[in-house]
Write a protein that binds this ligand. Structure first.
Ligand SMILES: [Zn+2]
Length: 120
């Protein structure tokens, strides 16, 4: 985690790398977060409040999605913020994840609060 901390200090922006040692450290951090009790509790609150997918409003939601990607600085600091989490079905989540990866690859901003109205 040391490399991750160094990265954190030197890069106060949202463009986090997904490759190399820093990318690996971030993936490890996120992996541990998803296993944490706090995340599992937060996730259940969201799913109980909104059992139907917030995106398509049709399918039952089994996942909880971070509106601001967890790998971004703002996403991480809001990782348990209920206002930044939505319940989502598996199909919509996979589309969302693909879009985030595309954005990361092409270097677009990862702060996507404004994109919420533009789901396809
Ligand atoms: Zn859906």
């Amino acid at each position: 985690m040391k490399k991750y901390k160094e990265y954190w200090i030197n890069n106060q922006n949202n463009n986090t790398p997904t490759t190399g040692s820093t990318g690996n450290a971030l993936r490890e951090r996120n992996h541990l977060f998803y296993l944490s009790k706090r995340w599992r509790q937060t996730r259940l609150i969201i799913l109980n409040e909104n059992p139907i997918c917030t995106v398509c409003n049709v399918e039952p939601a089994f996942h909880v999605h971070h509106i601001i990607p967890l790998h971004s600085v703002n996403g991480w600091s809001n990782r348990l913020n209920l206002d930044h989490l939505i319940s989502i079905c598996i199909g919509c989540h996979s589309k969302e994840t693909q879009r985030e990866q595309r954005e990361l690859k092409y270097g677009k901003t990862t702060d996507r609060m404004n994109d919420l109205n533009n789901f396809d």
